[in-house]
Every structure is written in structure tokens, then in C-alpha cells.
Write a protein that binds this ligand. Structure first.
Ligand code: CP
Length: 307
């Protein structure tokens, strides 16, 4: 079993992993030998703070070890990706990869003889979405009747959040005037529309009125934010998305808590004031990445792993 996208995971897979994430968080001692002697290979084509550290610390807490590989200093950059993945899978029990393109992640998984986890690609961010369900569950005590409103650009984080919520019984409304090109997945949207839990609108005030959580993400991919060649597109996006900023005046219209997968571009999709405010739970989300990623590892390669 891999975790490339939550589209291939059942509702039971998702809910059981989130429940286990909560158990991992509250009873870490029960899991301290869960993956003794196992090795996680972590391959990164892009920068990371949360994903890398949460996996590296997480597997150590389970009794295993992590090996970090920067794509640029391996022969992945030069060789056949499937050959390199097959070799890597002879050293490691599980591989986590943060790839620029989902199709390269799929290719890597085809070559691998061990489970592969998507550590965020251009289309999906399943570890983030599972961690977010854990954060919602611990705040609300249940996922039933929970309503999250995702505001801003439709992207990889939004894709995975929509799948995670609709499969976990969480109501999700998206207020997304535009999508980030590579993340477009028409089949995913069609599936969400049949769930009865998904809504789309640009009427922000109405959407947030009964929201339990409002969620946003950067309008501009981190690697492009300071890129002079991206300046015109950055300015265009700021113009389009500024009315959808999460700020204090928006929060006066809702009791919702504020979620952000981080890192944030303060002053753009969210203000510094909101990020520092009591209703922002982004740091809890970041912490929960570790607990959920331990649960994911247990599910994929633990003694009672799912088939
Ligand atoms: N949210 C997230 O995946 O953070 P990193 O890019 O720091 O891993």
C-alpha cells in the first residue's frame, strides 16, 4: 500500500489513520518500538521544514531511522528514476518523496519494491490533509457536522483537503477564484460534487458564517515568491486574491478557527495579526504532522500494516 494520493484510500483507511494519529499523540510510549530496525528513505526535490523534520523525528520515536537524500546530490538527477527507486527500496523499508511533479512520483513508486509516501507534489499533499483532519478532530471532538472553508487559490493542499474531508464526513466549502494550473484534477472535483459534503462559492461572507475552520495557503508557490521572472504573475495574483485575505475584519464575521499549512506569506493570504491571534491553530497543525506521519508509517509498514 502506498500513499501517493488520498484518492486511492478508502474512508476507513483515512479515519483509522486519523484515529491512530490521535492515539500516537496521547500515548507515544505505546509506539516507541513500533518500527524498530526499520529505515525510512526521504528524498527531496524541494525545500521542507515540517515534512522532513516530522518524518525524521517521527520514525526515530518509533524505534527506526531516517536517511535524508537531497535529489541534487544523488544519481536520481542523472539516472532512470525507476532504477534508482528500486535500488533505494533494497536499503529502506519505506520511501517518502517530495517531488516537483506527480508523474515522477508515480514513476518512482512503480520502481520501488517498498511503500512510497507522497511528501507533497504539484498535485497533492496527503500527509498535510490527514494531519489537518487530526487537528479538526482534536479541536471538535468529532469530525461529524464539522465545516471547513478553504479560501484562496485551489492548489495541491486544497485537492488533498477536499478528498480527505469528503471521505471523512467533513463538510468543505471552497472559495477559490482560481486554480494553480498543475493542481487541476477534474475527476477529483467531480467526485467531490457527488459526495454531498462539498460546495463551491465566491460569496465569502455567507460561506464562513457557520464555519468551524477557515483555511488558507500561499497564493504563490514558495520557490517563485522571490523570483524576478515571476514578478508579473505574482502581482496579478495579489490583485485577484487580495479580497480573499484572512484578516481581522473577516474574522469578525465568523467564530471559526484559522488553519494554515505553513509556511505563510504574512500580509498576503493572511495577516500577521491573525497568525499571531488566539484563533490561529497553524502551529498545532504543524505539530500534528509528526503524530499523523507516525500513524501513516505504522499503517504502511508497521506490524499490523494494512494490505
Ligand atoms: N506544510 C508543509 O508541508 O511544510 P514544509 O514545506 O515545511 O514541509
Amino acid at each position: 500500500m502506498d500513499l501517493l494520493t488520498l484518492k486511492t484510500w478508502s474512508s476507513d483507511d483515512i479515519l483509522a489513520t486519523v484515529e491512530e494519529g490521535l492515539s500516537v499523540k496521547h500515548h507515544p510510549e505505546r509506539y516507541k518500538d513500533g518500527l524498530t530496525g526499520q529505515t525510512l528513505a526521504m528524498l527531496f526535490q524541494k525545500a521542507s521544514t515540517r515534512t522532513r523534520c516530522a518524518f525524521e523525528v517521527g520514525i526515530a520515536q518509533l524505534g527506526g531511522q531516517a536517511v535524508f537524500l537531497d535529489w541534487r546530490t544523488t544519481n536520481f538527477a542523472l539516472a532512470d528514476i525507476q532504477d534508482e527507486a528500486q535500488v533505494l527500496s533494497r536499503y529502506a523499508n519505506v520511501i517518502m518523496a517530495r517531488m516537483l511533479k506527480h508523474k515522477d512520483l508515480q514513476s518512482l513508486a512503480e520502481g520501488s519494491e517498498v511503500p512510497v509516501i507522497n511528501g507533497c507534489c504539484d498535485r497533492y499533499h496527503p500527509c498535510q490533509a490527514l494531519g489537518d483532519l487530526l487537528t479538526m478532530l482534536e479541536r471538535q471532538g468529532t469530525l461529524e457536522d464539522v465545516h471547513v472553508v478553504y479560501i484562496g487559490i485551489w492548489n495541491n493542499v486544497c485537492n488533498s483537503l477536499v478528498v480527505a474531508c469528503t471521505k471523512a464526513g467533513v463538510r468543505i466549502t471552497v472559495v477559490t477564484p482560481e486554480a494553480n494550473g498543475p493542481s487541476k484534477d477534474d475527476a477529483l472535483i467531480q467526485e467531490a460534487r457527488t459526495s454531498g459534503l462539498f460546495a463551491e462559492t465566491l460569496d465569502l461572507d455567507t460561506a464562513i458564517a457557520d464555519a468551524d475552520f477557515v483555511y488558507t495557503d500561499t497564493w504563490i508557490d514558495m520557490e517563485f515568491f522571490m523570483d524576478p521572472a515571476y514578478e508579473a504573475e505574482k502581482n496579478r495574483r495579489v490583485e485577484v486574491f487580495s479580497p480573499y485575505q484572512i484578516n481581522q475584519s473577516l474574522l469578525e464575521k465568523t467564530d471559526a478557527l484559522v488553519m494554515h499549512c505553513l509556511p505563510a506569506h504574512k500580509g498576503y493570504e493572511v495577516t500577521s495579526e491573525v497568525m499571531a491571534g488566539e484563533r490561529c491553530i497553524a502551529i498545532d497543525q504543524a505539530e500534528n504532522r509528526m503524530h499523523i506521519q507516525k500513524a501513516i508509517l505504522m499503517r504502511l509498514v508497521g506490524p499490523e500494516r494494512a494490505s
